[in-house]
Design a protein around this ligand. Structure first.
Ligand code: FE2
Length: 351
């Protein structure tokens, strides 16, 4: 099947051969242009962009063999048919390994030339259609993956809010921690991808509390070591819950958000800068919200006092860089909302 719009560039140093091919292929319905050398071919392709190039293997100066890789690199969607002498079949096969689509022997049988051109262009059209379909399909799969992930994370987020809402001491905790953590992330000039991970790590950091006994969590008095250990399993449990749907960095934030900078946290295995940065940020944001919230065993601490406490724990509980970034937000950037501390920051809407 021929297509009037399909263009062929005939590259041959012999004008008589170019004319012969042009006449035949024009009669077949193709639009043809000629080039007498490799350099002229490259020049023509800049404006002509043919769908097919008939390329003479032997030409003075740069040969068709030398030109082929350059053409395929610059115009990967342009098909190439090599013109060869009968004695050069092995070279022609070599050219096909380098990306040529077919070869025709000189002297030409013009009907065979036309057949090769038709077949090559048909194959090219099919290849382009498949390529376009695959790209479209990949795009669709990517879109669906994002949508499924968004829905699933949204469901987990709703679960977190529901979990917190039934307890007056923790209601809204994850949302406020997210605001503080993102403000610290922005103070540290983290790239947008890291901010996005931090957003999810913050929202999900306490999802493992689903496995914690409410009576122990809300116990008015001091916790026993066993009770404290029970509560702290939420970091590991939470990491397990979110692992199938978030990336490793978010999982690590959830898993390590109770790690202390100096390594004295319960069952802690990493210390200092080896603790994932997102977890070090969460540690500060989490502690700040906990301190400025009422608890069964104590009232909320004023914002300035909580800031002083974070300053006091620099280097022991908190990463100095992260804690300094938090303190850099300044007390004026933190306001009390419905009795709770929150950060006034320019944070984009949740996905
Ligand atoms: Fe926690």
């Amino acid at each position: 099947m021929t297509n009037q719009r399909e263009r062929i560039l005939i590259v041959d140093d012999e004008a008589a051969i170019r004319r012969l091919l042009r006449q035949k292929l024009s009669r077949q319905g193709y639009h043809c242009e000629e080039a007498g050398s490799a350099m002229e071919a490259l020049d023509k392709m800049r404006s002509y962009s043919a769908e097919l190039i008939m390329l003479d293997m032997r030409m003075p100066g740069k040969s068709g063999i030398d030109l082929l890789p350059e053409l395929k690199a610059t115009y990967p969607n342009t098909a190439v048919i090599m013109e060869t002498a009968v004695t050069e079949t092995s070279l022609a096969i070599q050219c096909m390994k380098q990306g040529a689509d077919d070869y025709i022997n000189k002297p030409f049988n013009l009907d065979e030339v036309a057949l090769s051109v038709d077949k090559t262009l048909e194959k090219r059209r099919l290849e382009l259609q498949i390529k376009e379909y695959q790209e479209h399909l990949q795009q669709k799969v990517d879109q669906q993956t994002v949508e499924i992930r968004r829905l699933f994370l949204g469901a987990i987020e709703a679960l977190v809010f529901a979990l917190e809402a039934k307890d007056k001491y923790t209601a809204g905790h994850s949302r406020r921690v997210t605001e503080v953590a993102l403000a610290i992330g922005r103070e540290l000039n983290l790239p947008e991808d890291d901010i996005e991970d931090l957003r999810w790590g913050s929202l999900l950091h306490d999802v493992g509390k689903i496995a914690v006994d409410q009576f122990i969590q809300n116990k008015p008095g001091k916790l026993t070591p066993a009770e404290y250990e029970h509560i702290m399993i939420h970091a590991q449990v939470g990491a397990g819950i979110v692992r199938p749907v978030v990336n490793d960095r978010v999982v690590e934030m959830v898993e390590h958000h109770h790690d202390r900078y100096n390594g004295t946290g319960l069952h802690q295995v990493v210390v200092g800068k080896d603790i994932p940065l997102g977890a070090r940020i969460l540690a500060v944001a989490d502690a700040f919200d906990a301190m400025t919230s009422n608890r069964p065993y104590r009232p909320a601490m004023p914002v300035e006092e909580a800031r002083q406490e974070i300053r006091r724990c620099i280097g022991t509980q908190f990463d100095p860089v992260v804690a300094s970034a938090f303190l850099g937000i300044g007390a004026s950037g933190i306001v009390l909302e419905k009795g709770k501390a929150t950060v006034v920051a320019d944070t984009p809407a949740r996905p």
